[in-house]
Design a protein around this ligand. Structure first.
Ligand SMILES: [Zn+2]
Length: 282
Protein backbone atom coordinates (compact mmCIF):
# COMPACT_ATOMS: atom_id res chain seq x y z
CA UNK A 1 0.00 0.00 0.00
CA UNK A 2 2.79 2.44 0.84
CA UNK A 3 5.95 0.93 -0.67
CA UNK A 4 7.32 0.80 2.87
CA UNK A 5 7.29 4.57 3.25
CA UNK A 6 4.78 4.42 6.11
CA UNK A 7 2.61 7.00 4.31
CA UNK A 8 -0.35 6.39 2.03
CA UNK A 9 -2.44 8.63 -0.16
CA UNK A 10 -6.07 9.21 0.70
CA UNK A 11 -8.67 11.49 -0.80
CA UNK A 12 -10.45 13.96 1.47
CA UNK A 13 -13.25 16.01 -0.15
CA UNK A 14 -11.76 15.40 -3.57
CA UNK A 15 -8.29 16.51 -2.43
CA UNK A 16 -5.43 14.06 -2.31
CA UNK A 17 -3.60 13.92 0.99
CA UNK A 18 -1.16 11.60 2.71
CA UNK A 19 -1.69 9.90 6.00
CA UNK A 20 0.06 7.22 8.06
CA UNK A 21 -0.26 3.80 6.53
CA UNK A 22 -1.83 0.92 8.52
CA UNK A 23 1.54 -0.83 8.55
CA UNK A 24 3.02 2.19 10.32
CA UNK A 25 0.32 2.02 13.02
CA UNK A 26 0.87 -1.71 13.40
CA UNK A 27 4.65 -1.34 13.73
CA UNK A 28 4.25 1.52 16.13
CA UNK A 29 1.79 -0.49 18.26
CA UNK A 30 4.10 -3.48 18.34
CA UNK A 31 7.09 -1.40 19.34
CA UNK A 32 5.18 0.41 22.09
CA UNK A 33 3.76 -2.90 23.28
CA UNK A 34 7.23 -4.36 23.50
CA UNK A 35 8.42 -1.36 25.50
CA UNK A 36 5.52 -1.80 27.92
CA UNK A 37 7.08 -4.93 29.47
CA UNK A 38 3.81 -6.79 29.96
CA UNK A 39 4.57 -10.21 31.45
CA UNK A 40 3.68 -13.06 29.16
CA UNK A 41 1.01 -14.43 31.49
CA UNK A 42 -0.95 -11.18 31.11
CA UNK A 43 -0.44 -10.67 27.36
CA UNK A 44 -3.91 -12.03 26.55
CA UNK A 45 -5.68 -9.50 28.80
CA UNK A 46 -8.13 -7.23 27.00
CA UNK A 47 -11.09 -5.16 28.13
CA UNK A 48 -13.20 -7.37 25.84
CA UNK A 49 -12.25 -10.65 27.55
CA UNK A 50 -12.53 -9.43 31.16
CA UNK A 51 -14.78 -11.73 33.19
CA UNK A 52 -17.31 -9.56 35.02
CA UNK A 53 -19.48 -11.52 37.40
CA UNK A 54 -20.18 -8.86 40.01
CA UNK A 55 -21.35 -5.25 40.10
CA UNK A 56 -17.96 -4.08 41.30
CA UNK A 57 -16.26 -5.87 38.39
CA UNK A 58 -18.64 -4.26 35.91
CA UNK A 59 -18.04 -0.85 37.46
CA UNK A 60 -14.28 -1.32 37.39
CA UNK A 61 -14.43 -2.30 33.72
CA UNK A 62 -16.41 0.85 32.93
CA UNK A 63 -13.89 3.05 34.72
CA UNK A 64 -11.01 1.34 32.92
CA UNK A 65 -12.66 1.97 29.54
CA UNK A 66 -13.39 5.56 30.52
CA UNK A 67 -9.76 6.20 31.39
CA UNK A 68 -8.72 5.00 27.93
CA UNK A 69 -11.35 7.22 26.29
CA UNK A 70 -10.10 10.26 28.17
CA UNK A 71 -6.40 9.49 27.88
CA UNK A 72 -4.11 11.46 27.94
CA UNK A 73 -6.28 14.16 29.54
CA UNK A 74 -7.05 12.13 32.63
CA UNK A 75 -7.89 13.82 35.88
CA UNK A 76 -7.17 10.83 38.12
CA UNK A 77 -5.55 7.45 37.69
CA UNK A 78 -7.06 4.28 39.12
CA UNK A 79 -6.23 2.16 42.10
CA UNK A 80 -7.80 -1.29 41.94
CA UNK A 81 -7.94 -3.05 45.29
CA UNK A 82 -9.36 -6.41 46.27
CA UNK A 83 -8.53 -10.04 46.87
CA UNK A 84 -6.48 -12.34 44.64
CA UNK A 85 -7.90 -13.48 41.34
CA UNK A 86 -10.68 -10.88 40.98
CA UNK A 87 -9.13 -9.36 37.85
CA UNK A 88 -7.22 -6.30 39.08
CA UNK A 89 -4.10 -6.94 37.01
CA UNK A 90 -6.15 -8.12 34.03
CA UNK A 91 -7.97 -4.77 33.92
CA UNK A 92 -4.82 -2.73 34.45
CA UNK A 93 -3.01 -4.50 31.60
CA UNK A 94 -6.08 -4.39 29.37
CA UNK A 95 -6.56 -0.64 29.71
CA UNK A 96 -2.86 -0.14 29.15
CA UNK A 97 -2.89 -2.12 25.90
CA UNK A 98 -5.97 -0.24 24.76
CA UNK A 99 -4.31 3.11 25.49
CA UNK A 100 -1.26 1.99 23.48
CA UNK A 101 -3.42 0.78 20.61
CA UNK A 102 -5.81 3.70 20.41
CA UNK A 103 -3.76 6.59 21.74
CA UNK A 104 -0.18 5.59 21.06
CA UNK A 105 0.58 5.83 24.78
CA UNK A 106 4.10 5.20 25.99
CA UNK A 107 3.09 2.83 28.74
CA UNK A 108 4.96 0.67 31.18
CA UNK A 109 4.06 -2.23 33.43
CA UNK A 110 6.00 -3.05 36.57
CA UNK A 111 5.37 -5.52 39.30
CA UNK A 112 6.29 -3.43 42.34
CA UNK A 113 8.50 -6.00 44.02
CA UNK A 114 10.41 -6.60 40.81
CA UNK A 115 10.90 -2.89 40.23
CA UNK A 116 12.29 -2.40 43.72
CA UNK A 117 14.60 -5.37 43.28
CA UNK A 118 15.85 -3.97 39.97
CA UNK A 119 16.57 -0.62 41.60
CA UNK A 120 18.28 -2.31 44.52
CA UNK A 121 20.41 -4.44 42.17
CA UNK A 122 21.91 -1.29 40.67
CA UNK A 123 23.67 -0.67 44.00
CA UNK A 124 25.68 -3.79 43.22
CA UNK A 125 28.99 -2.81 41.65
CA UNK A 126 28.74 -5.59 39.05
CA UNK A 127 25.78 -3.80 37.47
CA UNK A 128 26.47 -0.87 35.14
CA UNK A 129 22.99 0.63 35.34
CA UNK A 130 22.37 3.34 37.91
CA UNK A 131 19.14 3.58 39.89
CA UNK A 132 18.16 6.55 37.74
CA UNK A 133 18.58 4.48 34.56
CA UNK A 134 15.99 2.13 36.00
CA UNK A 135 13.73 4.78 37.44
CA UNK A 136 13.70 7.35 34.67
CA UNK A 137 11.38 5.43 32.29
CA UNK A 138 9.17 4.59 35.28
CA UNK A 139 8.93 8.23 36.28
CA UNK A 140 8.43 9.42 32.70
CA UNK A 141 6.05 6.88 31.12
CA UNK A 142 2.76 8.42 29.90
CA UNK A 143 0.95 5.60 31.65
CA UNK A 144 2.45 3.46 34.39
CA UNK A 145 0.91 0.34 35.85
CA UNK A 146 2.40 -0.47 39.25
CA UNK A 147 1.16 -3.94 40.02
CA UNK A 148 0.69 -5.39 43.49
CA UNK A 149 1.91 -2.40 45.44
CA UNK A 150 2.25 -3.20 49.13
CA UNK A 151 3.30 -6.82 48.61
CA UNK A 152 6.94 -5.89 49.08
CA UNK A 153 8.66 -6.17 52.42
CA UNK A 154 8.24 -2.92 54.26
CA UNK A 155 11.26 -0.77 55.03
CA UNK A 156 12.19 2.87 55.15
CA UNK A 157 14.04 2.54 51.83
CA UNK A 158 11.00 0.94 50.18
CA UNK A 159 8.74 3.70 51.44
CA UNK A 160 11.14 6.39 50.24
CA UNK A 161 11.57 4.83 46.82
CA UNK A 162 7.84 4.32 46.30
CA UNK A 163 7.29 7.83 47.62
CA UNK A 164 9.65 9.22 45.00
CA UNK A 165 7.82 7.42 42.18
CA UNK A 166 4.36 8.37 43.40
CA UNK A 167 5.25 11.99 44.14
CA UNK A 168 7.11 12.57 40.89
CA UNK A 169 4.33 11.14 38.77
CA UNK A 170 1.76 13.11 40.71
CA UNK A 171 3.55 16.42 40.32
CA UNK A 172 4.17 15.80 36.61
CA UNK A 173 0.48 14.89 36.24
CA UNK A 174 1.25 11.53 34.63
CA UNK A 175 -1.35 8.77 34.72
CA UNK A 176 -0.68 5.88 37.07
CA UNK A 177 -2.75 2.76 37.66
CA UNK A 178 -2.09 0.71 40.79
CA UNK A 179 -3.28 -2.69 41.89
CA UNK A 180 -3.09 -3.91 45.45
CA UNK A 181 -4.31 -6.63 47.78
CA UNK A 182 -4.19 -4.17 50.66
CA UNK A 183 -7.33 -2.75 52.21
CA UNK A 184 -8.10 0.81 53.12
CA UNK A 185 -8.56 0.04 56.78
CA UNK A 186 -7.20 1.25 60.08
CA UNK A 187 -3.42 1.57 60.25
CA UNK A 188 -3.26 -1.00 63.04
CA UNK A 189 -4.26 -3.67 60.51
CA UNK A 190 -1.32 -5.46 58.88
CA UNK A 191 -3.09 -5.59 55.54
CA UNK A 192 -3.91 -1.89 55.38
CA UNK A 193 -2.59 0.68 52.91
CA UNK A 194 -2.02 3.03 55.84
CA UNK A 195 0.31 0.65 57.63
CA UNK A 196 2.03 -1.05 54.71
CA UNK A 197 2.64 2.04 52.56
CA UNK A 198 2.45 4.74 55.20
CA UNK A 199 -0.05 7.57 55.65
CA UNK A 200 1.86 9.97 53.44
CA UNK A 201 1.77 7.71 50.39
CA UNK A 202 -1.84 6.78 51.16
CA UNK A 203 -2.87 10.41 51.12
CA UNK A 204 -1.06 11.03 47.83
CA UNK A 205 -2.71 7.96 46.30
CA UNK A 206 -6.09 9.34 47.36
CA UNK A 207 -5.34 12.57 45.53
CA UNK A 208 -4.02 11.05 42.33
CA UNK A 209 -6.29 8.01 41.89
CA UNK A 210 -9.85 6.93 42.07
CA UNK A 211 -9.92 3.93 44.42
CA UNK A 212 -11.95 1.11 42.96
CA UNK A 213 -12.73 -1.98 44.97
CA UNK A 214 -13.11 -5.15 42.95
CA UNK A 215 -14.85 -8.11 44.55
CA UNK A 216 -15.62 -11.40 42.91
CA UNK A 217 -14.80 -15.08 42.82
CA UNK A 218 -11.13 -16.05 42.66
CA UNK A 219 -10.59 -17.10 39.05
CA UNK A 220 -7.14 -18.39 39.87
CA UNK A 221 -8.84 -20.93 42.09
CA UNK A 222 -11.90 -21.43 39.87
CA UNK A 223 -10.25 -21.27 36.48
CA UNK A 224 -11.28 -18.86 33.74
CA UNK A 225 -14.90 -18.30 32.70
CA UNK A 226 -16.65 -20.02 35.62
CA UNK A 227 -20.38 -20.68 35.33
CA UNK A 228 -22.78 -19.30 37.93
CA UNK A 229 -22.98 -22.79 39.48
CA UNK A 230 -19.17 -22.87 39.78
CA UNK A 231 -19.27 -19.49 41.49
CA UNK A 232 -22.06 -20.50 43.88
CA UNK A 233 -20.17 -23.64 44.84
CA UNK A 234 -16.99 -21.61 45.33
CA UNK A 235 -18.84 -19.05 47.49
CA UNK A 236 -20.15 -21.83 49.70
CA UNK A 237 -17.02 -23.92 50.07
CA UNK A 238 -13.84 -21.92 49.50
CA UNK A 239 -12.06 -20.48 52.53
CA UNK A 240 -11.24 -17.48 50.32
CA UNK A 241 -14.87 -16.52 49.58
CA UNK A 242 -16.29 -13.46 51.29
CA UNK A 243 -18.78 -15.73 53.03
CA UNK A 244 -16.14 -17.91 54.61
CA UNK A 245 -13.36 -15.43 55.02
CA UNK A 246 -12.81 -14.14 58.51
CA UNK A 247 -14.20 -17.26 60.13
CA UNK A 248 -11.71 -17.85 62.86
CA UNK A 249 -10.28 -14.41 62.14
CA UNK A 250 -6.85 -13.24 61.13
CA UNK A 251 -4.04 -14.19 63.46
CA UNK A 252 -3.92 -11.49 66.12
CA UNK A 253 -0.18 -11.94 66.50
CA UNK A 254 0.61 -10.25 63.20
CA UNK A 255 -1.54 -7.25 64.09
CA UNK A 256 0.43 -6.83 67.32
CA UNK A 257 3.74 -7.01 65.49
CA UNK A 258 2.60 -4.49 62.95
CA UNK A 259 1.58 -2.04 65.65
CA UNK A 260 4.96 -2.41 67.34
CA UNK A 261 6.63 -1.31 64.10
CA UNK A 262 4.44 1.70 63.64
CA UNK A 263 5.42 3.58 66.79
CA UNK A 264 9.02 4.58 65.97
CA UNK A 265 7.92 5.66 62.52
CA UNK A 266 5.37 8.05 64.02
CA UNK A 267 7.90 9.52 66.41
CA UNK A 268 10.28 9.99 63.51
CA UNK A 269 8.22 12.97 62.36
CA UNK A 270 10.10 13.82 59.18
CA UNK A 271 8.29 16.30 57.02
CA UNK A 272 9.00 14.95 53.57
CA UNK A 273 9.77 11.76 51.75
CA UNK A 274 13.31 12.27 50.59
CA UNK A 275 15.14 10.25 48.04
CA UNK A 276 18.23 8.99 49.86
CA UNK A 277 20.18 8.44 46.67
CA UNK A 278 22.28 5.32 46.09
CA UNK A 279 23.37 2.73 48.60
CA UNK A 280 20.71 3.48 51.19
CA UNK A 281 20.57 -0.12 52.24
CA UNK A 282 17.74 -2.56 51.84
ZN1 LIG B 1 2.31 0.50 4.57
Amino acid sequence: MCDDTGWKSIEVDGVSRVTRCDCWHQRSFESLLKGARIPRRYMHCELSNFDDHTDSQRRALKLAARLVDQFPVVDKGLLFYGENGVGKTHLAVALMKEAIRRKGARAMFFETRELLKTVRDTYNNQVDETELDVLRPVLEADLLVLDDIGAEKKSEWVEETLGLIVNTRYSERRVTVFTTNLRDSDNTEPNSVALQLGLRIRSRLKEMCEWVEIAGPDTRELGPHPTSEDIARWEATSPASSKNRGRGGLPQKSAGQARAQLKPRERDGRADLKWPGGRAGS
